[in-house]
Design a protein around this ligand. Structure first.
Ligand code: FEO
Length: 395
């Protein structure tokens, strides 16, 4: 269903209430999502992005209710990933000659995914403009590696809308479309989860890009991302948040993540939480069983933390496979400015804490404290060692 965004801009995307996973099964969707596409009707008619292929029939049917497809003058492909380009093959089959404006890297990703179909690509660079009539222009801003090499944002003058694609988005279904109508807690949480789990590896690039966008002096009045709510009320709030998040973000929080075989490592985790609280009651402490908790929700808590502790019993001279997989994801996210410690039970060889410390170091954490290694079930002497570990994590 179309929705008015501002002026002659309407939302023509797909509200995905049923979506549960994204990027295969790698990202959990707990509050729905959307693939936002936009139709601009000025002297020229412009479609900004499309939706994922499973929804292409709905998308095209709805678009046809809004406009005769033959009246679309330009298509803007801000990003080649299939949640935004998936309907292009079906759409372009109906309007094969319409120019597609995108980056040179987007030509590569679109042709890589859909084959060379002879689409009428017009490649653009940062600062290039496209006149769309009625005194309005589109200004293109390359967003390389945010989060694909092909990513781009498009600014509409006059209405002063930044179509930012994935940047500033959230996997969060907002029927009412705008940030001021959304549940504020969920909006902030989902925006942070998106940043922590998808954009954080590119934080240094993002920092430079935000400075570059600031220098362009675009009078941004609205930020319309390709997922979730449109930032209408104080749109710069999310830009300011991104600037803070991209700068080795942390809060006064410590997250403890573990898996356990016979509950010994679990007991150590809970004792560590008690020790942190005893020493610093204002520090937020979160405890998660890696094997049971939602990976992306836990990583959002890690993102907020100034320190983490990871626990695993020793198994096969190493750590539990659940913890090993989690540690690999942790490494990919390239968190910065965080301390970390290791703990775990063992029966004979006891390598888990050393393996954990090595992996934490490889993931960019400052490993602190004497790891707590407990033979068989933890005893009082082991629990008491958690006081020193808590002190190291608190710094
Ligand atoms: Fe929402 Fe990178 O696609």
């Amino acid at each position: 269903m179309k929705k008015q965004v501002k002026g002659n801009v309407t939302w023509v995307g797909y509200l995905d209430w049923e979506l549960e996973k994204f990027h295969g099964d790698d990202y959990s969707i707990l509050n729905g999502s959307s693939q936002n596409a936009y139709l601009i009707r000025e002297g020229k008619n412009v479609l900004v992005d499309t939706v994922w292929a499973p929804h292409k029939d709905d998308f095209i049917e709805n678009l046809k209710k809004e406009i005769d497809l033959k009246d679309i003058d330009y298509v803007i492909a801000n990003h080649g990933e299939c949640d935004h380009s998936g309907s292009l093959p079906a759409l372009m089959a109906e309007i094969p000659d319409v120019p597609i404006y995108c980056t040179a890297n987007a030509v590569k990703s679109l042709e890589g995914q859909y084959g060379k179909r002879g689409w009428n690509f017009h490649t653009v660079h940062t600062g290039d403009t496209l006149d769309i009539g009625n005194g309005k222009q589109l200004i293109f801003v390359e967003m390389r590696m945010l989060h694909w090499p092909d990513s781009m944002a498009t600014f509409l003058t006059g209405d002063n809308i930044l179509f930012s694609n994935d940047a500033f988005g959230q996997h969060y279904a907002v029927e009412e479309l705008f940030n001021d109508k959304a549940n504020q807690c969920l909006l902030q949480k989902e925006a942070m989860k998106y940043f922590a789990n998808i954009l954080n590896p590119f934080a240094p690039i993002l920092k430079r890009k935000l400075e570059e966008i600031t220098k362009l002096n675009l009078p941004i009045e609205m930020i319309a991302p390709s997922h979730g709510a449109i930032w209408r009320d104080n749109p710069m709030q999310i830009v300011e948040k991104y600037a803070a998040w991209a700068d080795a973000y942390q809060e006064d929080q410590i997250t403890i993540a573990f898996d356990t075989m016979w509950n010994g490592t679990e007991k150590l985790a809970h004792r560590l939480a008690d020790a942190i609280y005893a020493q610093s009651p204002n520090t937020v402490v979160k405890v998660f069983n890696i094997a049971k908790a939602d990976k992306n929700e836990v990583m959002t808590e890690v993102f907020k933390s100034k320190a983490i502790a990871v626990g695993s019993p020793t198994v096969g001279n190493s750590i539990l496979s659940s913890v090993a997989g989690w540690m690999e994801f942790l490494r990919q996210l390239k968190f910065k400015n965080k301390r970390a410690a290791a703990f775990g039970c063992y029966g004979w060889s006891g390598e888990s804490v050393k393996v954990l410390q090595t992996k934490l170091q490889e993931a960019g954490f400052e490993v602190v404290g004497e790891p707590v290694r407990s033979l068989w079930n933890p005893e009082e002497a082991d629990f008491e060692k958690m006081d020193a570990l808590a002190a190291s994590l608190l710094g």
